[in-house]
Design a protein around this ligand. Structure first.
Ligand code: PHE
Ligand code: ZN
Length: 878
């Protein structure tokens, strides 16, 4: 294996920059292939740096045109320049001005980092290291400067010109058809938060008054003609601003807040100061083109980027190892926002489903890493579920441990102390340790130790003594670079439930009045006294810690929780645990008797009788079995995806049969009524109805096909239309093909809808899907250069289609390998993301494992791999 140890960046090697940059004046003259950039930097030696060091600025594929120091052009021997760096050998010992001119070709920039074009519009992406693709710079997050940006462009090509901060001036360039705009951002920021946009864009806007009475103009820019599809995002932005004032006391700090939607974007969105840039799929929505889930994602991501204004921008990160400081915290904040705006338990279940599907998977794979990594070869590969989602769970555990009030005071102290600085995880924890008076040094291990802890619980009831004991043990499996693990500080929120549903009032010293117990040793026991009948323990309520739990309770007792627990998360969890036991057994070839499956189905039926219509969104989650990927993860080794697929289909069929009457009743009673609204309650009714349709179809093909085909045809919104089509994809035959064709025709000019069409087809678990996917790559709506298209078709095939990606003949792996190599030549970040689908390869049975390894070798041997792909492939094979 290739090991370029030289390229590894390590946390322990951090040292302050030798120079600081106080201010930046950027003059950007936009042109499709020859954009001119003049940067005027005010630089001074850093008192914390090495005296007399040369000034080394970062670059990436840059073309230097001129360089001057305090207005004087530098002689050849005074500097060294390459596309990757610019070194001034003997810079002055006091503040000086450096002027650097570079020329860029935004049209040729297919990496979508730095300045590039999307649908003809100019835009930038600078996180993590994209600013160095615009000009030479100290491109590191601990160098904070104030920026003034002058943007000039052809009036026809780019009538709209946007920058960070506030607009200060605009006008025509005399004697030409060019115009300009000047933007000033008074808040010091690192270069990764820089942005500019120039293009032909439509606009929606709204005024907002902040808590202290300042007026802010909010605006969203989209492709002209799609303005009405930005209304929901604008509303979500306003609600986010109000929420952050109310819940965290955080106010916005500029006169304008702009969001631009672009069609070519590597990630979800970017929090550039005062000028967020979004992947258009997280802005544009109409009932006809977006599903309920799309609306929920838009709301969450709009909030996320807005919340970064305080957690990320006002307080930024010292270095990229601290990425979770802004991302984990901001995910926590957006999750809290969505929970307040929607249903908290339903949202919590959705969060945990993604955490398990993505982060637990990552933690058990060769790509496992700590929430705060200690080294990287390519930082782009660390925008992961671990940094984001597990990072958010750490913040939530912290809040559980110290309590709501201390948490809020700790946040206030953190903002007060760190505003305007580039902070570390230690700075963050210190604020909470101080306000709560608690040591958080053991807790801090969550940032350092990778892998998902397992907690095993055994229960003992002594009727005569009236005592109930819970024995806890914890362990964390080895992960790359961490063979031996230490015990974690795990908050367990718990309660005891009686078989008749009443809650058991029992005393236990180690459990506080909120029901919180902190398991911080490898083994510990809780003894409850005054327990008069055998209780059922409800542990990790609300999923109080990101761990895997093994409980020695029989299925019947777990099902008591489904019926009676006061904690909605654990009601759902109980049903999932029982379902998973059956699914894993069936997948491993064990027989599960009809009585056992019936007991589960019957519990679901009685749940549906009593509860389903009180909270349909919750009921839909209860009715949805763990996914094939979840089951594979549970089994963990020698996985046979075909067996898993058969097991899950079989169980869906058996539940669908037993519960048929209930399902049909829901399907009818919850029929669409009135105009579409994306609110959580309406979405919940659609979710339950569509979950019912899925089970109806599993049990009775003909009935399912008829209902689904009719719904696909007549649906009044995208949620119902897509759900129907999704059910049809599980039913091979003419009706399905007809529905697929019609959908493709109807939406052929709607790229974001065509993405859904690609995804559905890529996920069909049948042998000819690979050929279908290859065929769809020729479709006029597909483009290998557009990340949304590639992820919808190829990414979905690799991540959602367990049976076909993991084909026993290895053709799925070979296909993905060939696409990764093709994509790598255009867009390494996109290629590296696709490649992570291989991270499950070691879990597979031996034939698949060998095929996967061969495909990975093919990739690793290719000359000139990007650092992004080189890093992932070598870690995946290690
Ligand atoms: N910082 C962005 C977010 O989480 C994600 C991102 C990273 C976007 C890198 C683009 C490039 O909101
Ligand atoms: Zn973020």
């Amino acid at each position: 294996m290739r090991t370029d140890t030289a390229q590894i960046v390590r946390l322990v090697d951090y040292r302050p920059s030798d120079f600081l940059i106080d201010s930046v004046e950027l003059d950007v003259s936009l042109h499709p292939t020859a954009t001119q950039v003049r940067a005027t930097l005010v630089v001074r030696p850093n008192p914390d740096g090495r005296p007399g060091a040369p000034l080394v600025l970062d670059g990436d594929e840059l073309n230097l045109k001129a360089v001057a120091l305090d207005g004087r052009s530098l002689a050849e021997e005074e500097f060294e320049a390459s596309p990757q760096s610019l070194t001034i050998m003997q810079p002055p010992r006091q503040s000086f001005t450096l002027t650097v001119e570079t020329e860029l070709n935004p049209t040729a920039n297919t990496k979508l980092m730095g300045l590039y074009r999307s649908s003809g519009n100019y835009c930038t992406q600078c996180e993590a290291e994209g600013f160095r693709r615009i000009t030479y710079f100290l491109d590191r997050p601990d160098v904070l400067a104030v920026y003034t940006t002058r943007i000039e462009a052809d009036r026809d090509e780019a009538p709209v010109l946007l920058g960070n901060g506030n607009p200060v001036e605009s006008g025509s360039v005399e004697g030409s058809n060019r115009h300009y705009a000047v933007w000033e951002d008074p808040h010091p920021k690192p270069s990764y938060l820089f942005a500019l946009v120039g293009g032909r864009l439509g606009r929606v806007s709204k005024s907002f008054t902040t808590m202290s009475g300042r007026a802010v103009e909010l605006a969203i820019y989209v492709e002209p003609g799609k303005e009405d599809r930005a209304d929901y995002a604008l509303d979500a932005l306003e609600r986010s601003m109000v929420w952050d004032e109310r819940v965290f006391g955080r106010e916005y700090d500029l006169d304008v807040f702009n969001i631009v939607a672009v069609s070519d974007f590597n990630m979800g969105a970017m929090e550039n100061k005062g000028l967020n840039i979004f992947n258009d799929k997280y802005v544009l929505a109409s009932p006809e083109t977006a599903t309920d889930m799309d609306y929920a994602h838009i709301e969450a991501i709009i909030a996320h980027e807005y919340f970064h204004n305080w957690t990320g921008n006002r307080v930024t990160c010292r270095d990229w190892f601290q990425l979770c400081l802004k991302e984990g915290l901001t995910v926590f904040r957006d999750q809290e926002f969505s929970s307040d705006e929607r249903s908290r338990p339903v949202h919590r279940i959705a969060e945990v489903k993604t955490l398990r599907a993505r982060q637990f998977l990552e933690d058990s794979s060769p790509l496992a890493h700590p929430v705060r990594p200690t080294q990287y070869r390519e930082i782009n590969n660390f925008y992961t579920a671990t940094v984001y989602e597990k990072g958010a769970e750490i913040v939530r555990m912290l809040k559980t441990i110290i309590g709501n009030e201390s948490f809020r005071r700790g946040m206030d102290l953190y903002f007060e102390r760190c505003d305007g600085t580039a902070a570390t995880v230690e700075d963050f924890l210190e604020a909470f340790a101080e306000v709560s008076g608690r040591s958080l040094s053991h807790f801090a291990r969550w940032y350092e130790q990778s892998g998902t802890p397992r907690v095993t619980v055994k229960s003992h009831y002594d009727k005569a003594a009236g005592t109930y004991r819970l024995d806890f043990t914890q362990s964390t499996p080895p992960t790359p670079g961490q063979p031996n693990k230490e015990a974690m500080a795990i908050p367990v929120v718990l309660g005891l439930v009686a078989h008749d549903g009443s809650s058991v009032e029992a005393a236990c010293e180690q459990v506080d009045e909120r029901g919180v117990f902190i398991l911080d040793k490898a083994a510990d026991s809780l003894t409850f006294t005054g327990v008069t009948s055998l209780p059922v323990p409800s542990l990790f309520r609300g999923f109080s810690a990101p761990v895997k739990v093994t409980l020695d309770l029989p299925n019947e007792e777990l099902l008591v929780l489904l019926q009676h627990d006061s904690d909605a998360f654990n009601r759902w969890q109980a049903a999932q645990t029982v379902a998973m036991r059956h699914l894993a057994a069936l997948s491993n070839g064990a027989q599960v008797s009809d009585e056992e499956i019936d007991a589960f189905s019957t519990a679901l039926c009685s749940f549906m009788d009593t509860d389903a219509l009180r909270d349909p969104a919750f009921a839909a989650l209860v009715l949805t079995l763990p996914s094939e990927a979840d089951i594979a993860q549970e089994i963990g080794k020698d996985v046979d995806p075909d067996a898993i697929h058969r097991a899950r289909s079989d169980m869906r069929r058996r539940i669908g049969k037993t519960c048929s009457a209930h399902l049909h009743r829901f399907y009818e009673e919850l029929a669409d009524s009135g105009p579409y609204s994306p609110d959580a309650a309406s979405a919940g009714r659609r979710a339950l109805r569509n979950a019912s349709l899925d089970l109806i179809a599993a049990a009775d093909q003909a009935a399912g096909e008829e209902l689904a085909a009719a719904q696909a045809e007549s649906a009044s919104n995208m949620t119902d239309r897509l759900a129907a089509l999704s059910v049809l994809t599980t039913l091979p035959g003419a009706a399905r093909e007809e529905a697929i064709t019609q959908f493709g025709e109807r939406y052929r000019n709607e790229p974001l809808v065509m993405d859904k069409w690609f995804t559905l087809q890529a996920a069909i678990p049948e042998d000819d899907t690979l050929e279908r996917v290859k065929g769809l790559m020729e479709h006029q709506a597909f483009s290998i250069g557009n990340p949304n298209r590639v992820r919808s078709l190829i990414g979905s095939f690799a991540m959602l289609n367990q049976v076909q990606f993991n084909r026993i003949d290895g053709a799925g792996y070979d296909f993905l390998a060939s696409i990764v190599l093709r994509a790598d030549e255009l867009n390494p970040q996109l290629a590296a993301r696709l490649l992570t689908a291989f991270s499950t390869w070691r879990m597979m049975e031996s034939t698949r494992r060998e095929h996967a390894q061969r495909a990975l070798w093919t990739i690793s041997r290719k000359p000139n791999l990007s650092r992004d792909v080189g890093d992932i492939v070598s870690r995946t094979l290690d």
